[in-house]
Design a protein around this ligand. Structure first.
Ligand code: NAI
Ligand code: BUO
Length: 256
């Protein structure tokens, strides 16, 4: 039987590329986001390429909706093996502009959504009686503080913390928990940040993008597929002895 993976935030950008790649690798893929129309297009694309996929709507900030999505995955495919907590939001928030609403929204989606995803996946693995793999989206901005992104960047630092803690908690059962840290990826999220940072400085979107992209050693922006390649490794058997780690997929923005 094919292994089953669920990807949140799969309606566009990195999540869509991950869903497409995992389907190509033979997973039955459950694609999750808030809007069914975008998800249905992703499902149609995967099926047209010979893959298997199924769409479920959920707001990852809502614990019961995340649990319901995982339950639907198990019900539909009869198993559950990989959880990719990819959904996230990234408003541009120079420190003096941060509001309680920004904090509440970003933390409930980025941090809460990751915690609910880990919980729901763990509950399913326990019920099914086998371990699985949990993979969380952090960011290069969750490894090094990024100007203008106080709320987002700190939420992505938290996701590395959640990854390390839960990797230790779930290791005994054989479940691995890892994270991927993309760099500057050509998606609607990054285009919006570049636009806002450029606008705040009275400059262009390209200028805004360069404030983030200037340090990429490989000298090109990332495609969503670059990130999907790394997630495919974390979802597959070649990463079985890796847990609690963050795989930096940033073209060499920083070295440790
Ligand atoms: N684009 C980039 O340069 C980078 C992105 N990332 C991270 O990668 C992940 C994906 O980012 P992108 O594809 O660029 O973003 P995007 O904005 O293009 O796509 C995000 C997806 O998440 C969904 N989503 C947002 N809030 C949701 C919620 N409450 N419940 C369910 N779905 C929700 C959106 O509908 C969308 O489908 C995010 O966690 C982001 O923080 C990390 C580093 C760099
Ligand atoms: C959006 C993001 O994660 C950046 C700029 O690293």
């Amino acid at each position: 039987m094919a292994k089953v993976a669920l990807v949140t935030g799969a309606g566009q950008g990195i999540g869509k590329a991950i869903a497409e790649r995992l389907a190509k690798d033979g997973f039955s893929v459950v694609v999750v986001a808030r809007h069914m129309d975008a998800l249905q297009k992703v499902v149609e694309g995967i099926k047209a390429n010979g893959g298997e996929a199924f769409a479920v709507t959920a707001d990852v900030a809502k614990r019961d909706e995340v649990f319901a999505a995982v339950d639907q995955a198990v019900e539909h495919y009869g198993d559950f093996n990989v959880m990719v907590n990819n959904a996230g939001v990234a408003p541009t928030t120079p420190i003096d502009t941060v509001t309680p609403e920004d904090l509440q929204k970003v933390y409930s989606i980025n941090v809460g959504g990751t915690i609910w995803g880990v919980q729901a996946a763990h509950a399913a693995f326990k019920k099914l009686g086998h371990p699985g793999k949990i993979i969380n989206a952090t960011s290069q901005a969750g490894v090094v503080g990024n100007p203008n992104l106080t709320v987002y960047s700190s939420s992505k630092f938290a996701i590395r913390g959640i990854t390390q803690v839960t990797a230790r908690e779930l290791a005994e059962e054989g479940t691995t928990v890892n994270a991927y840290a993309p760099g500057i990826v050509k998606t609607p999220m990054m285009m919006d940040i570049a636009h806002q940072v450029g606008k705040n400085a009275g400059k262009s979107d390209e200028w805004g993008m360069q404030t983030f992209a200037k340090d990429i050693a490989l000298k090109r922006l990332s495609e969503p597929e670059d990130v999907a390649n790394a997630v495919a490794f974390l979802a597959g058997p070649d990463s079985d002895y890796i847990t609690g780690q963050t795989l930096e997929v940033d073209g060499g923005m920083q070295f440790h």
